[in-house]
Design a protein around this ligand. Structure first.
Ligand SMILES: NC(=O)c1ccc[n+]([C@@H]2O[C@H](COP(=O)([O-])OP(=O)(O)OC[C@H]3O[C@@H](n4cnc5c(N)ncnc54)[C@H](O)[C@@H]3O)[C@@H](O)[C@H]2O)c1
Ligand SMILES: [Zn+2]
Length: 238
């Protein structure tokens, strides 16, 4: 069994993907058939889809909200919250997930680079900040308007859009000495490049998931297994 030890001088950067929420019952997409909960990505997760058929996009994300609200964090989410409690500001979590299972497990120092299911923002990009929105909409006419008159859209980074908080993420990767990547296929950029950035500054890089990701060659360790089973035994804080 692999044990990764964390020394007092280490700074840990964690990147998680859909796989960490799989054992909580939320489907991943690449791992199966390229569909996300039965939908083609280009029909629900692109700016063109929002333009063409906002009702379908809202119907899809309403479904994801309902699923995430029913799901519970699993041992892998709790393990990362406990690690943060031990390491304080030597810990940073970046998730590609749009669910809130990390927060519900107790993580605080985290960014959602691909947005958050429980928020909405102006589709006219007027500059007003995202608002909390947990509604499960049955009809497009129920979706609220921004103060500027634009219809709200899910606060989700669609394919082709620029991820959030990239400056902060880059800064944290540059100073990390250990990068832990959990449950991501290594097919979505720029997240798939983070391991290369970490290697450039000499960090150890560890992947956890049931199969090697597409960028497996860039990791110093690949630990094969389900996150909920592997994570509770993996790390030792010195
Ligand atoms: N829960 C969510 O928020 C959610 C769910 C699906 C997709 N997405 C979005 O879609 C994109 C998907 O890219 P991605 O790389 O995160 O996911 P992905 O669907 O491309 O890949 C999932 C990866 O998780 C691994 N996996 C499956 N079960 C696992 C387990 N029990 N433990 C650990 N790993 C496991 C698979 O081997 C696979 O490599 C992300 O940008 C994300 O925003 C989000
Ligand atoms: Zn607006």
């Amino acid at each position: 069994m692999t044990i990764i030890s964390i020394a007092p001088a280490d700074r840990v950067f964690v990147l998680t993907g859909a796989g960490i929420s799989a054992e909580s019952g939320l489907p991943t997409f690449r791992a199966s058939d390229g569909l996300w909960a039965g939908n083609r990505i280009e029909d629900v997760c692109t700016p063109e889809a929002l333009e063409r058929n906002p009702a379908l996009v809202w119907q899809f994300y309403s479904g994801r909200r309902a699923d995430a609200a029913k799901a519970q964090p699993n041992p892998a989410h709790y393990q990362l919250a406990q690690l943060e409690a031990k390491l304080g500001d030597r810990f940073f979590l970046c998730t590609q997930n749009v669910d809130d299972l990390h927060e519900r497990a107790g993580s605080v120092r985290l960014v959602h680079m691909h947005g958050e299911l429980n928020k909405a923002r102006c589709s006219w990009e007027c500059g007003r900040p995202p608002v909390e929105d947990r509604a499960v909409y049955g009809n497009l006419s129920e979706v609220g308007l921004c103060a500027c008159g634009g219809r709200l859209r899910p606060h989700i980074v669609f394919f082709g859009e620029i991820p959030l908080e990239m400056e902060k993420i880059q800064r944290e990767i540059d100073r990390a000495t250990l990068m832990l990547v959990v449950g991501t296929s290594g097919s979505v950029y720029p997240a798939a490049n983070f391991v290369h950035w970490a290697r450039r500054s000499g960090a150890r890089t560890v992947y956890v998931g049931p199969e090697p990701p597409l960028n497996a060659a860039a990791f110093t360790h690949v630990v094969e297994g389900n996150a909920g089973e592997v994570m509770p035994q993996l790390l030792q804080v010195e």
